[in-house]
Design a binder for this molecule. Sequence first.
Ligand SMILES: NC(=O)c1ccc[n+]([C@@H]2O[C@H](COP(=O)([O-])OP(=O)(O)OC[C@H]3O[C@@H](n4cnc5c(N)ncnc54)[C@H](OP(=O)(O)O)[C@@H]3O)[C@@H](O)[C@H]2O)c1
Length: 250
Amino acid sequence: MSETSAANGRLAVVTGASSGIGAATVRRLRAAGFHVVAGARREDRLRDLAAQTGAHWRRLDVSDAQSVGDFVAALDECAVLVNNAGGALGMERVEEADDEHYARMYEINVLGLVRMTRGLLPLLIASGDGHIVNVGSIAGFEVYPGGAGYTSVKHAVRAVTGTLRLELLGKPVRVTEVDPGLVETEFSRVRFADDAARAQAVYSGMTPLTGDDVAECIAWAVTRPPHVNVDVIVVRPRDQASATQVHRRH
Ligand SMILES: NC(=O)c1ccc[n+]([C@@H]2O[C@H](COP(=O)([O-])OP(=O)(O)OC[C@H]3O[C@@H](n4cnc5c(N)ncnc54)[C@H](OP(=O)(O)O)[C@@H]3O)[C@@H](O)[C@H]2O)c1
């Protein structure tokens, strides 16, 4: 089955599409022949991406139920939902845990994914061949010092994803989780409150994944034949063996 015949003009929604993995996924799914609706909060970014790719876009804040409701109400079809919006805030040890960081991370990574999934499930089922792709992380099955806030929400993403696969058994909806290791995007800038030097140090001396590398995995999963459910894809840089074990050439 070719990518184009698998895409067959079906409509894909990508959240967190204004940068990094999400923007790369919009580009990759457009190239495969999907119609795409891109959602995020930064409208200028989405406008540029739409002009480059022919995707449609709409402002979306997954932490705001009203915004999710408006986004969903504007759609009358959806075959693929890529729940990619998310990220980390801070890296405090538990003894110094910041409640606000934990709450925001849960709102965006977990509740945002649940709201989007709940809202679009009727359209995904009605499509006759729906597919939900949740972008988790190796933080969904590993832990590291200072990472409890982020690892706990990505563990939750994994729990929700597995639950969905059980609950949707018998319905025409596939459920895939894509779990990357280090990817060079705006992720670390966001995590470290725009501290460019600290963000850059995360990738120093090693070759991280790019957003395109992860988008390729997502595109592969959603272009398999309808009876094939790819459960989980774990993808890391060759230079990374675990969340804390990274080979740096300096
Ligand atoms: N980079 C990594 O090393 C890595 C590794 C494993 C997993 N991940 C996961 O990959 C996903 C994408 O991250 P990335 O690396 O591409 O980072 P990124 O470049 O910072 O992109 C994050 C995206 O999420 C969007 N977003 C954040 N809050 C949102 C909200 N409330 N509503 C809607 N969209 C929101 C951002 O757009 P706006 O700010 O415009 O809303 C942005 O488009 C995340 O779930 C992240 O946890 C990343």
